[in-house]
Design a protein around this ligand. Sequence first.
Ligand code: NOJ
Length: 563
Amino acid sequence: MTRGLIGSVALLLVFDCVILTAQNSKKTPTSQSRQWWQHAVFYEIYPRSFADSNNDGVGDLNGITSKLDYLKDLGVDAIWITPFFPSPQVDFGYDVSDYEAIDPMYGTMADFNALVAAAKKRGIRVVLDFVVNHTSDQHKWFLDSKSSPASKHRDWYIWRDGKGPGKPPNNWTSTFGGSAWKFDPTTSQWYYHYFYPEQPDLNWRNPAVRQAMMDVTRWWYKRGVSGFRLDAVDTLFEDSSLKDNPVRPGKSVYGDFLQEHKYNTHLPEIHDAMRELRKVADEYNAVLIGETWTDNIDQLNAYYGNGHGLQLPMDFLFTNVNKLSPAEFRKQIAAINAASGWPTFVISNHDIVRSYDRYGDGQHNDQIAKLMAGLYLTLRGTPILYYGEEIGMKTTPPTRKEDVKDPKGRTGWPNDKGRDGQRTPMQWDQSDNAGFSKGKPWLPVPASAKTHNVAGEEKDSDSILSFYKKLLKLRHTNKELLDGSYVPINQNDQNVLSYLRVHEDQAVLVSLNLSASPQKVNYELKKNGFASAKPLVTSGKSSTSGDFVSLDAYGVFIGQLVR
Ligand code: NOJ
């Protein structure tokens, strides 16, 4: 099938316009003017599940250190490790009881220092997870806060009187089910928790809280940390008059009435707090990544704070494109490119179904895993890979309620099985526990470890892992992919997503077949003054000849345009 790009005149215009504009523009970014986090490839590690050095079934810091060579070879420049601080583990570390220590289940401060040093030796930076919205109910601040209305830390959390016996202060519901208020008999008041009751929200309107949180970041920066992924920033502030949220028809998976989180999410005060954190980060050349679940691009854009807010607010709107639709991806990529900061792309993480399953059709999943890599690793912006993405790990949820570890999976069963499925042990090899641990892993190893694992895929030049490595290698050296502008082309094609990455007078063509049938695309290169597109990275049998690019089902073609 031949698919014209767009009319040849229009194509000429597109190519000329783009390349000439880039040539003449004084603003063309150079590698020198970029910040380290713009060129870096980030990799998210869920430490419980990555590598278990002491064989107790739970991954640990020494396990991560032992895998740094693997990460270096993959092409990772920075690791973001989800919380490993002391914690009752109600939310597997997102309930922190001490921000400035290591939970013994993950190791010691000496292990942490060794990890940072070993990473630095390999040119890998370490980014931590900072749970800014709430602490554990076992944190000393909260224990003091709940002890008396007159305690020093009382106003560090949100305490209010109820509306009457058994009646919380307002109608806000927790995102994990039930009321967002818990009554505490010691002082006969209610405290607010957006997440589990064991995760009381901090009061960011209190300057002492802000000061303490800034100090936490400084404490870690001084220990060699290169930045933070800020947890749940959308929920940092609540309307102080506690207005009821508007109710919507229907019930949640937990049986609660639905509501618009108008008065407890996305409040404008968040951005002052982000600026404050950024000021401290700038003292250390550190990066702030945001867990920013926004409803629209304007909300996301606000997080950049005109260059004074978060450097990398994650574009979760991109993860909402849950089907292989060129039109929908074009729309979302254009939106983030028009925003005021540098885009940040993720396709999986420890809270959402892995991309292997979200996009897989059950028949071409491996090809689709490469296709998705071909997309988010060639866009203008910083990608954050989730561990296991690079070997095609799939989501494997528990099959019985009694096996569920994530509390919300028990409350929501069977409609919401929780997040265990995307947190299963990393699949290193074919051995019984996939090389993750010699002990019984805290979550079962999926059967897919036999077919999708690091050891096997390293030997196979056609594996998902080999594809990731090739692509990441290219990303680190190719100026167009590093610094080029994003130029969508052939925008009416319903099957193939095509764009150029243009830097100065050079361009790379990215051609992605989002359909199950082979495609042949006419890019009319000659008319645009290009002799050919020299293949850089391709999947399957994707190839080029003259003006044409031929793509397998879900095939990828990335080529340098040559004059
Ligand atoms: C977002 C984290 O990614 C998630 O795992 C956690 O449950 C909530 N924030 C609460 O901290």
